[in-house]
Design a protein around this ligand. Structure first.
Ligand code: NAD
Length: 714
């Protein structure tokens, strides 16, 4: 293998180790790279002519992305001694950077994560660049772990326990300015001044000998009073428990370990860290979160098509329909500085839509409101129009009008002849098959679905739907566009409900069945949220809108009449105009902030009266039955989606549900969760419900898996 680390000398007495893993976009600390680092240190510490060592990256925008997760995964079933030993080995190597006979300085001019940050922490000093790409963090908790190469011991000694707890338990990255403010780095300077700043620092340290004093200080216990320690423990623990709801053990484990190790010297603290790591490594949540990491990693590299197709640039976007979805999509594009041409059949909706886009795009989290500066910047990018010719000028024309195939087809018939030869026409339809929408198009090859999820601002997933005649070029361009606006695209094949809504309808339909079988609304919601869903299915109905849900359901009732039928409840709700949050009335009553996202619903006695006549006689389902009845139909639908080849890979199903519906990441995905049970167990769980009809009948795929012991994930 070509070497990953090169040694140079920016000055005769200053060495530089530059990490640049050949053939990879990022530097990672694999065993081979660590061995190389070890060999370099062996040679360098023997020299008596060095004043300093600089560690830096040769890759633009990245310092070191962390340890090699694939290497770890191979040992997930190993005994705890393996984990403890792996932690010690890695830590002892990096720790050598704090014992060298010269000053060691990490230069961070890009993303520094996990093991990369631990390497920087073991250096005597760190300098970051002010580039927005330079971010430093210890995100191990997002994998169900905590830093295991001494990070939990070294960081609090450098920046104080409170800052360290926040960084390690939160897992978020910070930029150079914030890192300098907390003393994590000595300075944040422009990229081009990094090397000189490091050399100046090395010279200064030789005069002051401060680094020697710090070596001594950081090898002992943390200087913190009993009161401070107690107070930090109480507040941080309450916060972590509230954030994780007991589902993600790593942040709390990290906190408790750091509090207990605060009074120990660094060796004992590192020992404790390694032992604690063995409890987390290979745990069910760790395995699930590592699966999510791999799902995301695979998706980033997936162009959506098999061949080598170059996506066309999308420099402008037209959005037809200035409603809930159209404005959300336009705001995301405008934020990425893509100009948007907007239309709506209703002029009032168009005016409202323009205002909504600017408000949404210029929203500033820090002040919890619109930012005037940003509004001035984005407003010129939004162009309302009533002219088809204007709309047809964009590289991508996306329709988000009413969910009615005839109305959508009429719009396409008007627009298609006006489009430029390379432009793409797309629909944000939730359920209508792309083949049906494309039936009368002259150029169905440049038509596809680009299906965003509600609320657009929050949900990362976008399904790119390939119709039977959609070209690879169109799919590749749509996938690249979605990535360019910061969302997560999954390319799926055409079919009723595509991928996510096909599973969602199975789940939401069952929530209504449970209601009719006498289950209390709060118990149905609780069954879903206890499983880990962000909201219950009835609240979700109100968020989506009862009319939209009904139309979407209609497509599914038509396609799969054996397992899905229109609920009398939805029909009643439509009649009574209980359309959900947007009108302040649905399954719940929304007294305040009606129509606003996140509005809190209250039980409504009028709704109880509406349900009552429809309730079937018999014993209401138990809590366990409710959980099974909600999630097993969803899983069966996933197997049908795989059988019908709607997706190319089971990983798309799991990623789609996590990013589109908020399926709990700590379960690793729906199919990943099913694998933890095993197909035979799933069949056993289905048995009591088979009498309820086709929606609970095991599919050929599941039966085959139970017979052969095969899993979704090989
Ligand atoms: P909406 O009712 O909020 O907005 C639709 C807008 O389209 C309205 O302003 C309406 O005046 C306008 N319109 C209707 N016919 C038109 C025409 N011929 N030309 C121009 N404008 C026209 O609806 P929405 O929730 O934004 O849904 C829009 C599309 O997005 C639908 O296809 C829906 O299935 C899909 N979708 C909705 C959701 C959701 O949760 N609401 C999620 C994903 C996809």
């Amino acid at each position: 293998m070509d070497s990953a680390i090169s040694l140079t000398f920016p000055e005769p007495d200053v060495a530089a180790l530059t990490f640049d893993l050949p053939g990879k976009g990022a530097n990672i600390l694999s065993q081979a790279v660590l061995a190389e680092l070890s060999a370099h240190l062996d040679a360098l510490v023997k020299r008596t002519d060095l004043a300093g060592l600089v560690i830096r990256s040769g890759k633009p925008g990245i310092f070191i992305a962390g340890a090699d997760i694939r290497e770890f995964v191979a040992h997930q079933d190993a005994k705890r001694e393996w984990t403890v030993e792996m932690c010690h080995r890695g830590r002892k190597l990096l720790q050598r950077l704090s014992h060298c006979p010269f000053v060691t300085v990490a230069l961070i001019d890009g993303v520094s994560l996990g093991g990369g940050t631990e390497l920087a922490l073991w250096c005597d000093r760190r300098i970051m660049s002010t580039s927005p790409k330079a971010q430093i963090g210890l995100p191990e908790v997002k994998l169900g772990l905590y830093p295991g190469w001494g990070g939990t011991a070294r960081l609090p000694r450098i920046v104080g326990l409170s800052n360290a707890v926040e960084m390690i338990c939160g897992g978020e990255t910070i930029d150079g300015k914030a890192a300098a403010a907390m003393g994590l780095v000595q300075a944040a300077v422009p990229s081009e001044r990094l090397e000189q700043a490091a050399i100046d620092l090395i010279r200064a340290e030789h005069k002051t000998r401060d680094y020697v004093k710090d070596r001594q200080r950081w090898s002992g216990a943390i200087d913190i009073s009993d009161t401070e320690l107690y107070f930090l423990g109480a507040t941080a623990s309450a916060y972590v428990q509230q954030q994780t709801k007991g589902r993600y053990p790593a942040p709390l484990a990290a906190l408790e370990m750091m509090l207990e190790a605060a009074r120990m010297d660094i060796e004992a603290a590192c020992q404790k860290e390694a032992e604690g790591m063995a409890e987390l490594f290979g745990s069910p949540v760790n395995r699930a979160l590592i699966n999510v990491f791999f799902l995301t990693d695979r998706n980033k590299k997936d162009p959506g098509v098999a061949g080598d197709v170059k996506p066309a640039p999308v420099r402008s976007l037209s959005v037809c329909g200035a409603g809930l979805m159209g404005t959300g999509i336009a705001a995301i594009a405008v934020k990425r500085e893509i100009p948007v041409i907007l239309t709506d059949v209703n002029p009032a909706a168009l005016d409202k839509g323009v205002a909504a886009i600017i408000e949404e795009a210029s929203y500033n989290k820090a002040v919890k409101g619109p930012d005037a500066q940003r509004a001035l910047k984005y407003a010129p990018l939004v162009h309302p129009t009533a002219s088809d010719a204007d709309l047809a000028k964009a590289d991508l024309v996306l329709e988000a009008i009413v969910e009615n195939p005839d109305v959508k087809k009429k719009l396409f018939a008007r627009l298609e002849p006006l489009l430029s030869a390379d432009a793409i026409l797309a629909s944000n339809t939730s359920t209508i098959p792309i083949a049906r929408l494309a039936a009368d198009l002259k150029r169905p090859d440049r038509f596809c679905g680009i299906h965003f999820f509600n609320p657009v601002r929050k949900m990362p997933l976008v399904e790119v739907i390939r119709g039977p005649k959609t070209s690879d070029q169109t799919v590749a361009t749509a996938v690249a566009f979605v990535k360019a606006i910061g969302k997560t695209p999954i390319a799926v094949n055409d079919g009723p409900g595509f991928m996510v809504n096909r599973m969602l309808v199975a789940y939401m339909n069952e929530a209504l069945e449970l209601l009719l079988d006498g289950a209390a609304m709060k118990d149905i919601e609780k069954a879903a949220t206890s499983f880990g869903m962000p909201v219950g299915p009835l609240t979700l109905y109100d968020m989506v809108g009862i009319d939209t849900a009904f139309y979407c359901g209609g497509v599914m009732y038509e396609a799969f009449p054996d397992r899905c039928s229109p609920s009398p409840l939805l029909v009643q709700m439509l009649k009574k105009q209980r359309l959900g949050q947007k009108v302040g009335l649905g399954f719940y009553k929304y007294a305040l902030q009606a129509g606003k996202e996140g509005a809190k619903g209250e039980p409504d006695p009028d709704f109880d009266a509406l349900v009552k006549p429809h309730i079937r006689s018999g014993k209401p389902p138990t809590k366990e039955e409710m959980t099974s009845r909600l999630f097993l139909p969803m899983l069966l639908e996933a197997t049908r989606i795989l059988e019908d080849k709607i997706v190319r890979d089971v990983r798309d199903v799991d990623l789609g549900l996590i990013f589109g519906l908020g399926f709990p990441p700590f379960k690793g995905g729906l199919c990943f969760w099913a694998d933890t049970l095993g197909a035979a167990k799933v069949l056993e769980m289905l048995k009591p419900f088979e009498k309820l009809g086709a929606r609970f009948q095991p599919t050929p795929m599941l039966l085959g898996m139970a017979r052969t012991g095969k899993k979704f994930y090989a």
